[in-house]
Design a protein around this ligand. Structure first.
Ligand code: NAD
Length: 257
């Protein structure tokens, strides 16, 4: 069965930049009614909103300043989306950071933020569901969550945690109760500020190793490619799928041994 995007509304965390913004646009290209960009950065958020307006016209998106680690702010993003567009059908838990120097914050954003999103998403879907309708949640993991990367252990742990969470939420038993399909996407190195910002962090020799091991040896891909893969994942993949997208190539399923 192919998921129909008509009249669907998406909420995208970390939607002001990188993969999140490209994904919001790809959904609009595929016929969703509207998107909410929920992001902690209002400056990027307003810029992203303008960008969407220029490409798709007015009333297709709103920006809600949201810190995903704060459940009240996250709740507010759902509330404002429902007030403006009537429902939320697709949630992309995409907000994330890569900075082990601030590891408690990194865990809070990458893991707690994802948990907050799924709990609120499920609560919202259960309230709103029209008969026969189905919700979708996509969590963002990373290739770093399933294969060894030097010098970024906390980041790797956060992204492995996202896989663990998704495998439980993605079970048939869970789906039977909620009618919400839950996936995870594991991008390889993608050319967004998350990667380019690393160069400004003065990480010393370890940084060089990170770049050589983690970035320079891996083929880069543009965020637009990841966005397209997430959209096709939603259209046809089975609940619980962990989908790897690397090197700009077609994605493939990661099967936990
Ligand atoms: P990005 O920096 O362009 O986007 C991240 C967005 O998250 C930013 O707009 C930022 O403001 C927002 N954000 C940060 N903290 C937040 C918070 N507390 N609440 C709400 N929003 C917050 O980077 P990106 O590469 O597009 O990253 C998106 C996701 O993709 C991240 O989870 C990242 O870990 C994951 N990822 C990226 C790559 C890559 O190579 N770029 C690879 C694998 C996975």
């Amino acid at each position: 069965m192919v998921f129909d995007f008509t009249d669907k509304v998406a909420l995208v965390t970390g939607g002001a930049s990188g993969i999140g913004l490209r994904y919001a646009k790809e959904l609009l290209r595929n016929g969703v009614k509207a998107v909410t960009l929920a992001d902690i950065d209002p400056q990027f958020g307003q810029k992203a909103l303008k960008d969407i307006e220029e490409e798709f016209g007015p009333k297709k998106a709103i920006f809600v300043k949201t810190d995903v680690t704060d459940i009240r702010q996250f709740e507010d993003a759902f509330k404002k989306t429902v007030e403006t567009f009537k429902n939320v059908d697709i949630l992309f838990n995409n907000a994330g950071v890569l900075n082990d120097a601030i590891w408690e914050k990194e865990i809070a954003i990458n893991v707690n933020g994802t948990i907050n999103g799924v709990l609120l998403g499920l609560e919202n879907y259960l309230k709103q569901y029209r008969q026969g309708s189905e919700g979708v949640i996509v969590n963002i993991s990373s290739i770093a969550g399933i294969s060894p990367f030097a010098f970024i252990p906390i980041y790797c742990a956060t992204k492995a945690a996202v896989i663990g969470l998704t495998t439980s939420w993605g079970t048939p038993e869970h789906y039977q109760r909620t009618k919400v399909r839950v996936f995870a996407i594991c991008p390889g190195v993608t050319t967004t500020p998350l990667i380019s910002d690393m160069s400004g962090r003065n990480l010393g020799p370890e940084y060089e190793t990170i770049m050589i091991r983690n970035v320079d040896t891996m083929p880069l891909q543009p965020p637009e490619h990841v966005a397209k893969e997430v959209v096709s994942l939603i259209k046809t993949a089975d609940n619980g799928t962990i989908w790897v997208v690397e090197g700009g190539k077609p994605g493939y399923q990661f099967v936990i041994p």
